[in-house]
Design a protein around this ligand. Structure first.
Ligand code: SF4
Length: 118
């Protein structure tokens, strides 16, 4: 039996998930059941981070995965993000990396950065 706190909404229900039968208790809505089963079968997270950017008003810009990705791939994704160097301007939603690690997940920009005028 695995005990979890559901992070699907701010209520934070305390879940108990039977890892053999995948039965979930403690959830107040169906999303908790989905989250509980996912956590014991294939836990995923949305990754948020920053990457380097040149020629803009900032030296780093925030990015995120456009879908949740397996927790086991987080370290590999962070290594990829460390190698990224963008050039301003960038806009929210701009594609940074496509289909990372063959997961069908993309990295996109989450903050607009204007080019620096000199
Ligand atoms: S089980 Fe439902 S109500 Fe409870 S934290 Fe998860 S999403 Fe929110």
């Amino acid at each position: 039996m695995k005990e979890l706190i559901c992070i699907s909404c701010p209520r934070g229900c305390h879940l108990k998930v039977d890892e053999k039968t995948l039965s979930v208790t403690g959830n107040s809505c169906p999303r908790g059941k989905i989250y509980g089963i996912s956590e014991v079968t294939n836990p995923v997270r949305t990754i948020t981070s920053t990457v380097k950017i040149s020629g803009g008003m900032l030296s780093r810009v925030s990015v995120k995965t456009d879908k949740p990705i397996a927790k086991t791939k987080i370290f590999a994704v962070m290594k990829l993000l460390n190698q990224v160097q963008l050039t301003a301007p960038v806009n929210i939603g701009d594609l940074v990396l496509e289909n990372i690690l063959d997961t069908d997940v993309n990295i996109v920009v989450t903050k607009k950065v204007e080019a620096k005028y000199e």
